[in-house]
Write a new protein. Structure first.
Lengths: 253, 423
């Protein structure tokens, strides 16, 4: 009897190991918690929630801001400073959606100041602008802007940014298209902040091989007060006037 | 009789086959004559791809504007050229077809194109010559297929090596058995001839006694010890896994695949998790980000219906949170992504391979501290590796490097202070 029970020891051992190893966790269960009352925030956290919030219509802690709310401080810059310490607006809310707005926006040049020498410009584009394009645009418009991103396999009608009608688009045009969408592209204003949109516009110019034009524009832009030569420059200066308004609000930023 | 019939049948078949062979050629010939007069198809294709394809398909399907299949049957070139150059002008002139078209497509005006008459003719020559099928997509599919092939090739190679190894081992075993049997036969022969003494015989006739071996205290002790250790290990693991949700992969209300979106379609993390560089939470995208593509892609799928319903009823989708960091530990995404320059995958694992997202890292304090001890603080001068550039550490690093050769880590700048995370 004793012998027999001992004979089963290896068998039992094998069985135990099997049982223990088969107890893998249910992927749907978060596992045992020791002190859940310490795990969950007592104040409302936007993304952590264990029970329905009775105060909000959707039952979520997260609430949509009231219609027409303008995000100001802490979220993103509404204005930008150039190297002379002048502030100009990032043209956040100036142009309406649609054809008319697009026409108006197309005449506006990029308010972001580019660095002086070309090496610094390259660095600025590489570090500040390219990552934004890669994050928000590349999957559709492709790494080279030819509209050959991977999403294009599914979502037809992606624009080639470097050829045809798109090749000559101004920064303002690009800004407006990112903001309000165009053709098949939906508005991306909720995803990309105004400052980021202008930076993306610079990178698109680089893909188009037109960065030098943008640089030239940017330079002439600074001298608008002196020389009001052509029509484009006039519109730039009007844009600057508008820019003065939000300045006061943002002083305490 | 039968054979004659069969011969006729064959003749009949061959005539038909010949005719079938001719048809595509005839069609092609027709096409080339038709388009040859209109314009240059190849030039038209480039122009079309650069200017038109984002709104129009050369086939029959509607993208933004109407599909252009059969456009030359519907409209004349005299009408089309002014339309392409300035559609708003044609609409304003009160042309009934133009007004109807404008109203049909949600009053979206086609933009004006500064193309020459010749270029416009080339475009329509391409549209006319267009045949759906071989064009598009194939180029993008190929590289993927190639990588998949090389991947499977590698695994095949591995399997082959494994197979050869197993074969060699089996061969060695067989040889050993052979040697044993030969030796045994030799010894038996020797015994029969009476050449072995008692001691040798004992060894030769020794029987393996399983019971005796099992009753041996050393074995029993060993088994008991292993048994205890395994149980102790299991118990310890269970205790240590309390509150650790590593491997948690809950089923979501919509089976969203990161493998498809982030992997196959290469959509960046920040496109949907917009807060990851801007705030504490990376954020779960609202349904309107889904709609940037899914206004057209996979409209019919039941999961998409859930998203449409969520938008219509203003009822957000209740995703199940995967990474539940306890509230008593503070964590901020932007601090780690922007300042630390950490890639998403460092903590979240190979998201691009995950069909269902699971928690890859333990999110325990030990895990946090470990990284804080190892991570070297980056200043602006450590550039070139794609890491963060924090010019505000430069002075600190400069002073530090005067006295010490050891790199400065997150620990040294207060990364292990209790109050950093627990307050």
């Amino acid at each position: 009897m004793l012998l027999r029970s001992k004979k089963y020891i290896p068998l039992m051992l094998v069985l135990t190991v099997m049982v223990l190893s088969s107890c893998s966790r249910n992927p749907n269960s978060p596992g045992t918690e020791y002190a859940p009352q310490m795990y969950v925030s007592i104040p409302y956290e936007p993304y952590t929630q264990v029970k329905k919030n009775p105060l909000n219509p959707t039952g979520m802690n997260l609430r949509k801001p009231p219609e027409g709310t303008v995000a100001r401080k802490g979220h993103y810059n509404m204005t930008v400073e150039n190297d002379k310490g002048e502030r100009s607006a990032l043209l956040v809310y100036n142009f309406p959606a649609g054809e008319e707005g697009l026409k108006m926006a197309s005449k506006v040049s990029n308010p972001l100041a580019l660095p002086k020498d070309s090496a610094a410009i390259d660095k600025y584009i590489l570090e500040e602008c390219q990552p934004l394009y890669e994050r928000y645009c590349q999957h559709c418009h492709g790494a080279t802007g030819k509209g050959d991103g991977k999403v294009n396999d599914q979502y037809k009608g992606v624009a080639n940014l470097t050829a045809g009608a798109q090749k000559t688009n101004t920064s303002g045009h690009i800004f407006h298209v990112i903001t309000h969408g165009k053709g098949r592209m939906w508005p991306h204003k909720q995803i990309v902040t105004p400052e980021e949109r202008w930076k993306i516009a610079y990178y698109v110019h680089k893909l188009q091989g037109r960065l030098h034009e943008a640089v030239a524009n940017n330079r002439s832009d600074k001298n608008t007060s002196k020389a009001k030569a052509d029509e484009d420059k006039k519109t730039d200066s009007t844009a600057k006037k508008e820019a003065k308004k939000p300045e006061a609000e943002n002083k305490g930023h | 009789m039968f054979s004659k019939n069969r011969l006729n049948y064959l003749k009949y078949l061959s005539v038909w086959a010949f005719a079938l062979l001719l048809i595509p050629g005839a069609l092609w010939a027709q096409d080339s004559t038709k388009t040859g007069g209109g314009g240059d198809v190849a030039a038209g294709k480039t122009l079309f791809d650069n200017n038109c394809q984002q709104c129009h398909s050369p086939g029959a399907d509607v993208i933004v504007g109407p599909g252009l299949k059969g456009i030359m049957d519907r409209r004349s070139m005299e009408w089309l050229i002014p339309w392409v150059k300035n559609s708003a002008k044609v609409i304003a002139s009160g042309d009934p077809y133009a007004v109807k078209l404008y109203n049909k497509y949600n009053k979206t005006a086609m933009q004006s194109f500064s193309l020459s008459d010749e270029e416009i003719k080339n475009i329509f020559a391409y549209v006319q010559a267009y045949k759906p099928g071989p064009t598009g997509g194939s180029e993008q599919v190929d590289p993927k297929g190639q990588t998949a092939n090389t991947g499977s090739g590698q695994s095949n190679y591995f399997n082959l090596v494994l197979g050869v190894l197993v074969f060699v081992l089996i061969l060695i075993l067989a040889v050993l058995f052979l040697i044993i049997s030969v030796l045994r036969r030799y010894l038996n022969q020797q015994e029969n001839e009476g050449k072995l003494d008692e001691e040798d015989k004992e060894i030769l006739h020794e029987k393996f006694n399983i019971g005796k071996v099992l009753r041996h205290p050393a074995l029993l002790g060993g088994v008991a010890a292993i048994f205890l250790l395994v149980f102790a290990q299991a118990g310890l693991d269970t205790l240590l896994s309390v509150g650790v949700q590593q491997g948690y992969a809950p089923t979501q209300p919509i089976p969203f695949s990161h493998k498809l979106h982030a992997g196959q379609y290469e959509i960046g993390c920040e496109y949907c998790h917009t807060g990851v560089r801007k705030g504490k939470n990376a954020g779960i995208p609202s349904a309107n980000i889904c709609m940037n593509c899914h206004n057209a892609v996979k409209q019919g799928s039941p999961s998409m219906q859930k998203i449409y319903a969520a938008i219509e009823n203003n009822k957000p989708i209740e995703w199940v949170r995967v990474h539940n960091l306890q509230d008593f530990a503070y964590f901020n995404h932007s601090q780690h992504t922007v300042v630390g320059g950490i890639e998403c995958e460092t903590c979240h694992g190979e998201i691009k391979e995950m069909e269902v997202v699971q928690q890859q890292s333990p999110l325990t304090m030990g895990w946090c501290i470990d990284c804080h001890r190892k991570t070297v603080v980056q200043g602006a001068q450590d550039k070139g590796d794609g890491k963060a550039k924090n010019a505000y550490y430069d002075k600190l690093l400069e002073i530090h490097q005067k006295d010490s050769k050891k790199p400065i880590t997150v620990e040294n700048i207060g990364g292990l202070e209790c109050g950093k995370c627990h307050y």
